[in-house]
Design a protein around this ligand. Sequence first.
Ligand SMILES: NC(=O)c1ccc[n+]([C@@H]2O[C@H](COP(=O)([O-])OP(=O)(O)OC[C@H]3O[C@@H](n4cnc5c(N)ncnc54)[C@H](OP(=O)(O)O)[C@@H]3O)[C@@H](O)[C@H]2O)c1
Length: 214
Amino acid sequence: MKKIGIIGSGIVAKTLGDGFIKHGHEVMLGSRTASKIQPWKEHAGDKAHIGTPAEAAKFGDIVVLAVKGSAAAEVIEEAGPQNMRIKTVIDTTNPIADAAPENGVLKFFTNNDESLMERLQTQFPEIHFVKAFNSIGAPLMVNPSMKEKPSMFICGNNENAKKEVTDILDTFGWEIEDMGKDTAARAIEPLCMLWCIPGMLNGQWSHAFKLMRK
Ligand SMILES: NC(=O)c1ccc[n+]([C@@H]2O[C@H](COP(=O)([O-])OP(=O)(O)OC[C@H]3O[C@@H](n4cnc5c(N)ncnc54)[C@H](OP(=O)(O)O)[C@@H]3O)[C@@H](O)[C@H]2O)c1
């Protein structure tokens, strides 16, 4: 059993919160506005706690960052980078711009030669970021019911942190595809664009990626 601090109050934070509790962990969700997460605590049981982003960051042996991409750096500053120092931080965020999608394709505020996670890793070098969960819809994040085991693409600079995330993803029903250092987030973050296109164009949101091998 681990203590998981989740910074966020949206669907990703609550879904992963439920998932970690289902798998025996203790969870604190952190938001600037307690009323956004109070209802979650009421249904999630004894192992569910709520607090501020700083309290959730401090609580977690592992921290999950589940906030709007454009606010991610600001949120980490507010939560206190020292509260996440040398901890594994699972980065679920995507650099989605405020501009409307074009033909179902989301706009990003990053370009092909950078990623949000690299920006965060550079700004907060003592945090062990691991990208995960960014290119799958929240309802499918925990033990998705699929014909085959889907792939979760992860990356990050710290091997121990990736091992911790790999163990979690394994219990959450994923095949783990480690794509290497934080640079690989340049390829993993845009998978979110691809994942969303069938939803934006045809209302289909029940798919996941799988890396096939011979
Ligand atoms: N929705 C999905 O299915 C899905 C799937 C994969 C990845 N993602 C990614 O996961 C992340 C979370 O997604 P979501 O849909 O759960 O939530 P969201 O609506 O993208 O973000 C909500 C969270 O962002 C924080 N936030 C928003 N604006 C802020 C600001 N200006 N300053 C500080 N905090 C701010 C809020 O904090 P407070 O609680 O303090 O207000 C809240 O916790 C996003 O980066 C998204 O791209 C989403």
